[in-house]
Write a protein that binds this ligand. Sequence first.
Ligand SMILES: [Zn+2]
Length: 83
Amino acid sequence: MASTIHRVPGRPERCPECGSEKIADIIYGYFPSFEEPARRPGERRTILGGCCVTNDDPAWECTSCHARFHPPRGSWPAPPTAD
Ligand SMILES: [Zn+2]
């Protein structure tokens, strides 16, 4: 696996790998009724990262080349609450 970890303080505007602006938010957890909302071109996308969470997961992903972006350690955005 030769994937590079990109540490960024916030959601990047563009993918540093391919230049795409299609950066998706990754959310974690178990969402049995999750349905990805219909999207129009240019809309942000949310993808599920699964329910196995470590302390160092990516928070965003390029939907063009699948490069993943990690926030600096200890600054993960607050997870969604499931209740
Ligand atoms: Zn990319």
